[in-house]
Design a protein around this ligand. Structure first.
Ligand SMILES: NC(=O)c1ccc[n+]([C@@H]2O[C@H](COP(=O)([O-])OP(=O)(O)OC[C@H]3O[C@@H](n4cnc5c(N)ncnc54)[C@H](OP(=O)(O)O)[C@@H]3O)[C@@H](O)[C@H]2O)c1
Length: 316
């Protein structure tokens, strides 16, 4: 959708596994060429003279398609997680190093304006020194909370997904937290279970970790709970508890903070229908046009996957 809306883009080809889905998308977005089948994405990249490849396939296909795109000198927008192993990350990094390509990781959450308002609060030192944060993110999981497009239930297939809810939702959380609070230092431990979905990997997970600036972090993600996304931030001078959807009122303390302009901006935040994904695509296109690599880049995608892999190393 974002590409179709951007006046500087022309959609030239689409590759999908099933004919029906490829045709529907091609008709909706006026894409002239369609490739159908398991490995036709490779044929598409070879045959077409593409400037950009946008990857929104199941996780296990991200790295192979990224590598092919780099070989053909295409700029890349890749869905999260950008890879499912350290080996894939290293391979992509080394291939990218010799090329001048724009790589964006599809961390669309960054474009939710509420995070800018939260960042303003943190940067103005309103809460004092930040001591700890909690990011809680849940819904009922794939095939329940939304209807996945492909018939194949790859989200709950370990080999194709590369992990469970932590790899799916946790990468968003750690990316936002790095964006707001700086680099994380290390993961201190996790606990997890598989409580509502018949799958090998976790559908509930807590990760305890620490930032380089000493802030303590907790990420709690679930595919088994009521849809909810909240970020609690505690500092030496106060705290805020934010509903990221903007539907519940901000909770904060001490009450005197309500006089602060940045807190007022957060209190007055109203969610809109604007698509974060479209904003990300416009940003990506602008970076290609101006030849500037900005975030969310390859390194952001890599750090998020590394965080999850480090957390998984605590699994017994
Ligand atoms: N950034 C975000 O917030 C966000 C949100 C949602 C999803 N995602 C990510 O996006 C990716 C896709 O998720 P989804 O929910 O869209 O999954 P999905 O509904 O299962 O869709 C997967 C798509 O990949 C296609 N596909 C599968 N195998 C293929 C192959 N060999 N060649 C070409 N196309 C192939 C499928 O085509 P057919 O339908 O024709 O089989 C389908 O269109 C995942 O990595 C997910 O983590 C990110």
């Amino acid at each position: 959708m974002g590409y179709a809306k951007n006046p500087d883009c022309e959609l030239v080809a689409i590759a999908s596994r099933t004919a029906e889905h490829a045709k529907t998308a091609a008709e909706k977005f006026f894409v002239p060429k369609v490739y159908v089948g398991d490995n036709t994405w490779e044929k598409m990249v070879d045959e077409q003279d593409l400037d950009i490849i946008s990857i929104c396939t199941p996780n296990y296909l991200h790295a192979p398609i990224v590598l092919k795109a780099i070989e053909k000198n295409c700029h890349i927008l890749c869905e999260k997680p950008i890879a499912i192993s350290r080996e894939e990350l290293t391979h992509i990094e080394s291939e990218l190093a010799s090329k001048n390509l724009i790589f964006f990781t599809s961390f669309s959450k960054r474009y939710n304006p509420i995070f800018k308002l939260i960042k303003n609060v943190i940067e103005e030192d309103i809460l004092g020194k930040i001591t700890s944060i909690r990011y809680l993110f849940s819904h009922y999981g794939p095939y329940k909370s939304w209807n996945a497009r492909s018939v194949e239930k790859w989200f709950i297939d370990s080999k194709k997904a590369g992990g469970g809810v932590l790899l799916d939702l946790g990468v968003h959380c750690i990316d936002i937290l790095r964006h707001l609070f700086g680099e994380y230092d290390k993961v201190n431990g996790i606990n997890y279970n598989t409580s509502c979905i018949n799958m090998e990997d976790e559908d509930n997970c807590n990760v305890l970790f620490r930032f380089k600036n000493d802030i303590l972090g907790l990420i709690n993600v679930s595919w088994c709970n009521e849809p909810s996304e909240t970020l609690d931030i505690f500092g030496t001078k106060g705290f805020i508890k934010v509903d990221i959807s903007g539907r519940s009122p901000l909770s904060f303390g001490p009450k005197s903070l309500k006089r602060n302009k940045k807190i007022k901006d957060l209190l007055e935040f109203k969610p809109t229908d604007e698509s974060n994904q479209n904003k990300l695509i416009d940003h990506f296109i602008n970076c290609i046009q101006t030849k500037k690599q900005e975030s969310p880049n390859f390194d952001d995608g890599k750090k998020a996957v590394e965080f999850v892999i480090e957390a998984y190393s605590f699994k017994i």
